[in-house]
Design a protein around this ligand. Structure first.
Ligand code: HPA
Length: 288
């Protein structure tokens, strides 16, 4: 590799992607068309499906591994009818100390494998006062306040354009499909703007008042980098937040990770029903 080439890919992303994809491709039945990123405690429902191929992140070269309780680390391959999918059970966060490019490495692997549609889930604090813990929120749009962007640095043209459009970060058709599935299954679905912060400390009440004034309905510490990398790769994205708690200062109580985990456990069947319904519709040929 000469100096110009090194500069073009400072993290050696292309080679690291090649290695990861090479290790995985022998283990999947066919290339996945749909990807899922299942956050804190939300990934387990897939374990009940017959025919899963599960690949531990530990067995995928260059794959970042989560240090957070509640985040498994498996890449699951399966199909519903002829619709193939790949699900990331667990993700890594920027606050764990990974670089913002490492955080999106798994999304780039999915893109390389052929994923064209991506369903991203997360846990978030509710800023909108009409929300309640346990609600699901369709992400209509996001605000990036992480202080970082995974596309910073020389652009890798093979992965996507220098200046990707973000005017429909969360696919309109995909959201229409999610609303239809929720209605059919009688699952309540809020909709709003997700603001991504670096964390890991929760926000102060003053910060939450500021975020409310900026137009945010929910706050969390993930998703935004993954959506940016997904859009860069031309993937249609759907995002769903589980409102696990009301954001700081809204109720007269402290926030803790145990409450977040408790709520995800409480709503996981509802969440799984929505995601499963989406997969079934995609398998039946729904366009997004
Ligand atoms: N703030 C930030 N991230 C979160 C929260 C919160 O209140 N709840 C779950 N993830």
């Amino acid at each position: 590799m000469n100096l110009t080439e090194m500069h073009a890919d400072p993290d050696d992303t292309q080679r690291r992607l090649d290695e990861a994809v090479y290790a995985i491709s022998g283990r999947m039945a066919g290339p996945p068309s749909v990807g899922l990123i299942l956050g804190s405690g939300l990934g387990e429902f897939l374990n009940d499906l017959a025919g899963n191929t599960s690949v531990s992140y530990a067995d995928i070269p260059n794959f970042p591994r989560s240090t957070v309780v509640g985040h498994a680390g498996n890449l699951i391959f399966n199909r519903i009818g002829t619709m193939t999918f790949a699900a990331l059970q667990g993700r890594v966060h920027y606050y764990e100390g990974y670089s913002i490019r490492e955080v999106v490495f798994p999304v780039r692997v999915l893109a390389r494998l052929g994923v064209g549609k991506l369903i991203i889930t997360n846990a978030a604090g509710g800023i909108n006062r009409t929300f309640q813990p346990g609600d699901l929120m369709l992400i209509a749009d996001h605000i990036n306040l992480m202080g970082a962007n995974p596309l910073t640095g020389q652009n890798l043209e093979a992965l996507g354009p220098r200046f990707p459009d973000m005017s429909e970060a969360y696919s309109r058709k995909f959201r229409e499909l999610a609303r239809a599935v929720a209605e059919e299954k009688r699952i309540g679905l809020q909709e709003g703007v997700y603001v991504g912060l670096a964390g890991p400390s929760y926000e102060t009440p003053a910060e939450i008042r500021m975020l409310a004034a900026l137009g945010a309905d929910a706050v969390g510490m993930s998703t935004v980098p993954e959506v940016i990398a997904g859009r860069h790769a031309g993937i249609a994205v759907l995002g769903v937040s589980c409102i696990t708690n009301m954001a700081a200062g809204i109720l007269d109580r402290k926030l803790d990770h145990a409450e977040v985990m408790e709520t995800t456990v409480r709503v996981k069947d509802k969440f799984a029903g929505l995601v499963r319904g989406l997969l079934d519709r995609l398998a039946a040929g729904a366009e997004v």
